[in-house]
Structures are given as C-alpha cells and as structure tokens.
Write a protein that binds this ligand. Structure first.
Ligand SMILES: Cc1cc2nc3c(=O)[nH]c(=O)nc-3n(C[C@H](O)[C@H](O)[C@H](O)COP(=O)(O)OP(=O)(O)OC[C@H]3O[C@@H](n4cnc5c(N)ncnc54)[C@H](O)[C@@H]3O)c2cc1C
Length: 258
C-alpha cells in the first residue's frame, strides 16, 4: 500500500495565482499502481536526514500508469508548498503510495460529487477514469462501461471556489460534459457577486446547488452515492448537511484535507 516510489518532475502548470499542477514520470518503479481518488505521500527533506510526509491526491486518470499529476494549493511558508514551489524540472522526488479509500464504488445509483478548492483533485481523477471512454476503441468502451457500470447513473459535480480568479479545469469539465450526457457540473463562487455569462457558474455555496438537486423530483437523495473532498471542516459540514437531508451515511465517501 505505501510503496516507495521515485518520480521525476517533468512539467509544472500554474493554473491560478496559488494552484499548480505538478506532472511526474515514474522512475522507480516505472509504473504507479493506483486507483483513481487515491493520494501520494511526498517526502519533504528536512535537516539531519529527517523527512516530513505531505499528502497530495492524484488528479490524473487511473488509465495512465507511467505518468501522474498532483494538484497543489501553494501556501506561503507551508512545508510541502515551499518544497514543491522550489522544485525544478528534472528533479527527482521521493514519495510513497498510492494510498487511501476515497475511490469509486460501483453501483447502479446516481452519484453526487462535491469538491471545495483542490478537493477537486481526487474527484477529477475518478470522473476522468470512469467517464469519457476512448471513443476510437469500441472494445475498450465495452470493457470500461462494464467495469464501472456508468450507463444507468447520473453524475453531478458541485465545485466550490472563491472567485473567478480561482477557476481552472473549466474546459476539461465542459468537454467531459459534452462527451457524457449523464454528467453535469456547476461551479459555485462564494465571493463573486457578478458572474460571467456562463451557465456553469453560480454565486454562493455548493449547498445551494445540492438543495435544488434534492428538490428535483427525478432525484432520490436516499438512493444516491455521495463523494465529498476538500478542506476538513467544509467536508465535515457538507457530510452532516447531506445526512440531515436524507443521504445514507454508508453511501458517503469523503476525503478530508488536513
Ligand atoms: C488525504 C489528503 C489529501 C490531500 N490532497 C491534497 C491535494 O490534492 N491538494 C492540496 O493542495 N492539498 C491536499 N492536501 C492537503 C496537504 O496535504 C497540505 O496539508 C496542505 O497543502 C498544506 O501543506 P503545507 O505543508 O504547504 O503547509 P503547512 O506547513 O502544513 O502549513 C503552514 C502554513 O500554511 C498555511 N496553510 C496550510 N493549510 C492551509 C489551509 N487549508 N488554509 C489556509 N492556510 C493554510 C497556514 O498559514 C499554515 O500555518 C491533502 C491532505 C490530505 C490529508
């Protein structure tokens, strides 16, 4: 489970003023065995040979094993943040993983994904793994669809961010929605009153979108699976909220970033 791995940083994409995507290639071993939604433990070197382990969820699809990507909010003065910020392309990084139980559970039920901030990382990994089959390979579509059993479920994503400046992955999710008619998403901006003319944006918090969904007569809260990821207190508040509105606790999978 906590397999040691050395990976090389091949690219860094700055998505916003404080969120970056780090692209890695596996060096030893040559492939990373992981399930979508799991995290890695990055070894941050300290003085006297000590290390500090920092958790980061894999954002890339489980379909790729030789390369993988992490999505990181970089905090000023943060142990993990400063280490990653200073990495140069070509640097080798020691890690362990993959680990964690925030993974996709096959079921015929509808699925509701709720992310705040970089909590989108494990959720994007799951969505791009289970949806979006490679169109050019019909055999592959059959294998994937039967493996993940997605045809009869609806997939809803509610993602909370602060302002328009914090938004990234918009085109990726739009493409995913275009290719998968059973997937819809909305982005909630808690500190933005005036929105771009785009139907995916809403002002306020994700709970407003959840409330609308629950009131929709075609949706059954008791008969749906929930996946919630993001910073600890928000995840716990949202978990309690969906339980109070009828979700079954055993059908809620959650990841708390601490
Ligand atoms: C299972 C798991 C998965 C995770 N996956 C991800 C992921 O995919 N992407 C990701 O970005 N993070 C993820 N995290 C959180 C991540 O591990 C770090 O805790 C976080 O990035 C801060 O680490 P740091 O070492 O940079 O800061 P620390 O050294 O831990 O903190 C130093 C300072 O940074 C600031 N800071 C730290 N956290 C916060 C915060 N939440 N809000 C405001 N200020 C803060 C504060 O000023 C704090 O004093 C995950 C955590 C867990 C447990």
């Amino acid at each position: 489970m906590f397999q040691p791995i050395t990976a090389r940083l091949t690219k860094r994409t700055d998505l916003t003023y404080d969120v970056s995507q780090f692209h890695f290639k596996c060096i030893n071993p040559l492939e990373l065995d992981f399930s979508a939604g799991q995290y890695m433990l990055i070894h941050v070197p300290l003085t006297h040979g000590h290390i500090r382990r920092k958790h980061y969820s894999i954002v890339s699809s489980e379909k790729e094993k030789e390369i993988f990507e992490l999505l990181v909010q970089l905090f000023k003065g943060g142990v993990g943040s400063e280490y990653l910020r200073k990495l140069k392309i070509g640097d080798e990084v020691s890690m362990q993983g993959a680990a964690g139980v925030f993974t996709y559970k096959n079921s015929p039920r509808d699925k509701v994904f709720i992310a705040t901030g970089t909590g989108i990382a494990p959720i994007k990994s799951i969505l791009t793994t289970v949806l979006n089959p490679k169109k050019q390979d019909t055999r592959n579509i059959q294998i994937q669809n039967s493996q993940f059993n997605v045809q009869n479920s609806k997939f809803y994503l509610f993602w909370g961010l602060k302002t328009a400046k914090d938004v990234y992955f918009l085109d990726d999710f739009k493409r995913l929605a275009k290719e998968n008619p059973n997937f819809t998403f909305q982005i909630f901006l808690s500190r933005q009153q005036r929105l771009k003319e785009d139907e995916v944006f809403r002002s306020g918090r994700v709970a407003a979108g959840l409330k609308e969904l629950i009131q929709n007569s075609e949706f059954s809260v008791q008969n749906s699976d929930f996946y919630i990821a993001g910073y600890r207190d928000t995840v716990e508040a949202l978990r309690q909220w969906v339980i109070a509105h009828g979700a079954k606790p055993e059908r809620i999978t959650f990841e708390k970033f601490v």
